[in-house]
Design a protein around this ligand. Structure first.
Ligand code: GTQ
Ligand code: FE2
Length: 343
């Protein structure tokens, strides 16, 4: 309708007039009515990230350890803090003896442990030691603090759904009155209650985030190895598992899903795309991912992002294990999710 043939002088004058009243003619709308976002695929190399994280420890002192995070921003979202329209990704480093002060916020947070031993996270009264490859859940509005009682630096990736709270105008944050919160549950409490395919007898399947604090890498790795050896591989995803919320079988968060995949050495995956926005973190192995026509050669601990509707294809030079998280639950709940294998 916005073609020039319909643009009579009266219509032009009308369109111009209404703009002064905070109105716009839909018949002249130019914003995209197609899937996808302005965000672009991007790849961050661990080889570049690690020295920057170590350097940040010299520059941001112990008292500010809680804020020592490198935010991974999509090139089209500079200044917005987000890696894709719906997701936040940070890389956090904590040195021996440091504490990242207790606080809580409305965004949900996940951690994927990248490197180092000796750090813990405390969430809602329970402490969990963090080991590389672990997936850790910080439900929204739960008090959390982190510390390093080991002997070397520890790095993990933070994934938050803060783009949702910003979108809704529902971002709240509070500091805890002291640096650490009281631990009123023993270590392993949530694993004992929820981590063995058994549930406390009074639990009814509900909504909300996972009550299981830590999904240890050993168990994920073992499950994946078994799957890869005993089941046919998915043409695009290889052997892939989804982290489940043990209380309801759904996702760890109402907004965010998390996955781990194994690609056997030599795997050449088909192209796949979905409306999900997905962030990947390489746990093991090296290979290549092509996202919307851009090839990225990845190595362990590299991070890359596949924004909505970007065709993504993996090939594995070595056996690869790759963690990912996405906004899938939010898109499923709203009925918006679409996905397809391409070619
Ligand atoms: O560790 O609690 O990367 O609250 C961003 C916000 C980490 C955290 C981030 C946070 C945290
Ligand atoms: Fe936090």
């Amino acid at each position: 309708m916005s073609n020039d043939a319909t643009q009579t002088p009266e219509l032009q004058a009308f369109s111009k007039n209404i703009r002064g009243l905070e109105l716009s003619p839909l018949w002249e709308r130019t914003v995209s009515q197609k899937p996808g976002t302005p965000c672009v695929p991007y790849h961050w190399r661990w080889e570049e990230l690690e020295p920057l994280l170590l350097k940040s420890c010299d520059l941001i002192d112990k008292k500010n350890a809680e804020r020592r995070v490198l935010m991974l921003e999509n090139p089209v979202l500079r200044g917005q803090s987000f890696i894709a329209n719906t997701l936040f990704t940070g890389l956090q480093i904590i040195m021996p003896g440091e504490v990242a002060a207790a606080h809580r916020h409305t965004p949900n947070a996940l951690r994927f442990v990248v490197k180092g031993e000796g750090a813990y996270t405390a969430v809602a009264g329970e402490r969990a030691m963090m080991h590389p490859g672990d997936f850790i859940v910080t439900p929204n509005w739960s008090w959390h603090d982190h510390g390093n009682i080991g002997h070397g630096p520890v790095v993990w990736m933070d994934g938050l759904d803060s783009a949702f709270t910003r979108f809704f105008g529902a971002t709240f944050r509070e500091d805890y009155p002291s640096e650490t919160q009281p631990l009123y549950l023993p270590e392993g409490a949530s694993a004992a209650s929820y981590g063995s395919s058994l549930l406390p007898v009074d639990i009814k399947p509900g909504e909300g985030p996972s009550p299981l604090l830590r999904y240890p890498y050993e168990r994920t790795r073992e499950a994946l190895a078994h799957l890869a050896q005993n089941q046919p591989l998915h043409a695009a995803h290889g052997a892939m598992l989804r982290y489940a919320n043990p209380a309801n079988g759904k996702y760890p968060f109402p907004t965010m899903a998390a996955f781990m995949r194994l690609l056997p050495k030599g795997f050449a995956g088909k192209k796949y795309r979905s409306t999900e926005n997905t962030v990947f973190n390489v746990a093991e192995g090296a290979g290549r991912v092509v996202i919307a026509g851009e090839a990225f050669d990845f190595n362990p601990h590299d991070i890359f992002v596949a924004p909505s509707w970007c065709e993504t294809a993996f090939s594995a030079r070595e056996e690869c294990v790759i963690f990912s998280y996405s906004d899938r639950p939010a898109q499923e709940a709203t009925g918006f999710l679409r996905e397809e294998l391409v070619g």
